[in-house]
Design a protein around this ligand. Structure first.
Ligand code: ZN
Length: 69
């Protein structure tokens, strides 16, 4: 079940809400009960340590020929 983060535009309170289906409604703020909330982008897959993999070994060959006549 996806959990989305919301932020209240009235009091600035941030909260998480379980969302079952793809409902287009935003939940009301649990603090001030205002419906004026917005969905925050989840920081789920922010590729922080994703962009620096170990360099792959070269497939084969190159200049390793030692037995050609
Ligand atoms: Zn609020």
């Amino acid at each position: 079940m996806p959990i989305y983060e919301y932020k209240c535009n009235v009091c600035g309170h941030e909260f998480e809400e379980l969302v079952f289906a793809s409902s287009s409604e935003t939940p009301e703020c649990p603090e001030c009960k205002s419906p004026d909330t917005e969905k925050l982008l989840s920081s789920f897959s922010s590729g922080a340590s994703f962009a620096d993999p170990v360099p792959a070994a070269p497939p084969s060959g190159g200049c390793g020929g030692s037995g050609f006549s």
